[in-house]
Design a protein around this ligand. Structure first.
Ligand SMILES: Cc1cc2nc3c(=O)[nH]c(=O)nc-3n(C[C@H](O)[C@H](O)[C@H](O)COP(=O)(O)OP(=O)(O)OC[C@H]3O[C@@H](n4cnc5c(N)ncnc54)[C@H](O)[C@@H]3O)c2cc1C
Length: 414
């Protein structure tokens, strides 16, 4: 800890802007902007510093938008990940509606996912069914306090249904059992537009894009941040910081908190195809293990994923920029269309790499990997420095709400 003025070299240079704000948020993805909206709903101003040229350029628009209910976390036998995902999902729509006003969920929501139990997966159909039943029990429990609004759908009568046979539209030879589930995805790009518009209309929120935080220091009271901008540098002083920098989060945390364990960084490429006949394409998750997903969004884009090809890095944060890889995207399309022949008529529309940040030293083909568990809508607090630990779009609004309640002391803990 240091006292006095931060970086006297910078602040004494002529032309270096100095900014003061009570609350500063680092990162304008879903965690950062939701936190700003949750603070504003409590009457608190905040300044968001975003490295990219505009908000929502990172993981928050490169994911498949699944509002997890916990079906995919069958290997967390404690049930804690399922509970965390159900809470996140049932808090999601009510919080977004509170901050953004009425939302046309139908314009961004997928149909329900089928869970396909792969013949070479880590759980068999009976184990999958037992887990899926436990998800339903959790939904019933959590709905008592959070309600049952799930992206505009009432989950009050959620059910699963087992089918012993081949999943609709899937080639033979991969699976002979699948489950109807109530789980859905939303198109994260449509959601992003709604959230960014709400933040732009909120006078208590300022977003400075093109502002990368490169240094953080604890002062006697509050924090000082050194920020690189397109035109130079500026110094920001603040009472509290909410760190929502996703793949940049742990490096910033380590500047103000000692001995924090480093998370696991995976690079996964998103792939979107479009232009084919979507008749009969049903969202599917291939369970359980290093497989993939298929999601049809309302604008007829199809998000496809095949883990063994699309996950290209595992371990410490790699140096340098991540680069899109056309050959890799074509390969993902080839594998998924081999399983779902209807996708043969589609063309590549968008692809690119992104980080997934979580705990775990071994990959998901290990049933004991911590990647099969997630912390949920949580943050850590280090005397005014708040670090968002939620690792999912699903749990982002609830994590933001909890963090804003902790900062302001306003609002019951959800
Ligand atoms: C391929 C993929 C699929 C996924 N699928 C799902 C899914 O189906 N369902 C689900 O719930 N979750 C999913 N996730 C996880 C989900 O996308 C993330 O948890 C979520 O988007 C993270 O949001 P964020 O706001 O923390 O990060 P981002 O959206 O990445 O925002 C962080 C922001 O911080 C900025 N930043 C970083 N460092 C600095 C700095 N030093 N100074 C200033 N700004 C900085 C970045 O520019 C960025 O804009 C998926 C993730 C990936 C990669």
């Amino acid at each position: 800890m240091s006292g006095g003025s931060p970086w006297p070299g910078i602040s004494s240079l002529p032309g270096v802007e100095r900014i003061r704000e009570e609350s500063v948020i680092i990162g304008a993805g879903i965690h950062g902007v939701s936190t700003a909206l949750a603070l504003a709903s409590r009457g608190r101003r905040s300044l968001i510093l975003e490295a990219a040229a505009s908000p929502f350029q990172g993981a928050s628009v490169r994911n498949e938008g699944k509002l997890h209910l916990g079906f995919v976390y069958a290997l967390d036998r404690s049930g804690e990940t399922t509970r965390a995902m159900v809470e996140g999902s049932l808090a999601f729509a009510p919080l977004i509606e509170r901050w953004c006003g009425p939302v046309d969920w139908e314009s961004m929501r997928s149909d329900e996912f089928g869970y396909v139990v792969m013949g070479n997966g880590l759980v068999d159909p009976d184990q999958a069914e037992a887990h899926y039943e436990s998800v339903l029990a959790e939904i019933e429990k959590v709905a008592v306090s959070l309600g049952s609004n799930y992206a505009g759908v009432d989950l009050g009568d959620a059910a699963i249904r087992r089918h012993n046979g081949v999943f609709p539209g899937m080639a033979d030879g991969h699976s002979n059992c699948w489950f109807e589930t109530p789980e859905r995805a939303i198109d994260p790009r449509v959601l992003a537009t709604r959230i960014v518009d709400a933040a732009a209309d909120e006078p208590l929120i300022e977003i400075r894009s093109g502002h990368r935080v490169v240094q953080a220091e604890r002062l006697e009271s509050g924090f000082a941040l050194e920020v690189e901008t397109g035109s130079g540098r500026c110094a920001v002083e603040t009472e509290n910081v909410v760190n929502c920098a996703w793949d940049g989060r742990s490096a910033l945390d380590q500047m103000v908190v000692e001995d924090l364990p480093a998370p696991n960084f995976r690079v996964k490429h998103h792939v979107i195809v479009r232009g084919g006949d979507t008749t009969g394409i049903v969202p599917a998750t291939l369970a359980q293990g290093p497989f993939g997903d298929l999601v049809l969004w309302p604008n007829d884009d199809v998000y496809i994923s095949w883990y063994p090809v699309a996950r290209t890095h595992f371990g410490d944060r790699p140096e340098g920029d991540l680069r899109p890889d056309r050959r890799l995207a074509d390969q993902v399309h080839e594998v998924i269309q081999g399983m779902f022949p209807a996708l043969a008529g589609f063309s590549l529309a968008d692809y690119g790499p992104c980080f997934i940040v979580a705990d775990g030293q071994t990959d998901i083909n290990d049933p004991a990997s911590r990647l099969h568990t997630r912390v949920g809508a949580e943050h850590s607090e280090f005397q005014g420095w708040y670090s968002i630990r939620s690792t999912k779009l699903t749990t982002a609004p609830l994590a933001a709400e909890r963090c804003a309640a902790a900062i302001t002391g306003i609002g019951a803990e959800l």
